[in-house]
Write a new protein. Structure first.
Lengths: 111, 112
């Protein structure tokens, strides 16, 4: 079926540590996006990354579309990085253009 | 001002009441979506619209209806609210072609 799966579901880090979040996606899903949901519930766009690598400050993302996975790297984590990270992919084909979400990785960064 | 604006941001309503959540966008996108988020879950699609004359049901449309009043406006209605519709609701927009999606700030709805 159409799936977007994230791991790990929960992650606790000490401030300053690095982390890698993973997103696997099934066939008929493409054009991955990464979001950060802050403690107020807002969804913040991090990366739109159908393939390749992008960097924005301490965050970077890589999507290997041929192997159907994407990675989000957080370096030198800060307490403000806490929240839930979602990946979402575009379902092309039958339902045309819907964004399918994973269940998220809840990140807690301790001071 | 936000590119995708949802109103209200928070709402408490009683079981059986009709309620409308509104979404407007200034991004000029043709596609608009309504999602709901429940604790511990990702976002699930309620309805989506590819243009003013096109409305489609999503994964969990029962108990909801929508109206696309203009390209920039897409509203979600709960005809008779029930407690299990308590959730965080998001509106989203994107261009045709599976491009980057943008979300509103969310509406936290509580049905008592």
């Amino acid at each position: 079926g159409i799936q977007v799966e994230q791991s790990p579901p929960d992650l606790i880090l000490q401030e300053g540590a690095n982390s890698t979040l993973r997103c696997n996606f099934s066939d008929s899903v493409n054009n991955l996006q990464w979001f950060h949901q802050n403690p107020w519930g807002q969804l913040i766009n991090l990366f739109y990354i159908p393939s390749g690598t992008k960097q924005n400050g301490r965050l970077s993302a890589t999507t290997v579309a041929t192997e159907r996975y994407s990675l989000l790297y957080i370096s030198s984590s800060q307490t403000t990085d806490s929240g839930v990270y979602f990946c979402a992919g575009n379902h092309y084909g039958g339902s045309q253009g819907n964004l399918i979400f994973g269940k998220g990785t809840k990140l807690s960064v301790k001071p | 001002d936000a590119d995708v604006t949802q109103t209200p941001r928070n709402r408490i309503t009683k079981t059986g009441k009709r309620i409308m959540l509104e979404c407007s966008q200034t991004k000029g996108h043709d596609r608009m979506y309504w999602y709901r988020q429940d604790p511990g879950l990702g976002l699930r699609l309620i309805y989506y619209s590819f243009d003013v004359k096109d409305i489609n049901k999503g994964e969990i449309s029962d108990g909801y209806s929508v109206s696309r009043q203009a390209q920039a406006k897409f509203s979600l209605s709960l005809e008779s609210a029930i407690p299990n519709q308590t959730a965080l609701y998001f509106c989203a927009t994107r261009r045709q072609g599976g491009t980057e999606a943008f979300f509103g700030q969310g509406t936290r709805l509580t049905v008592v």
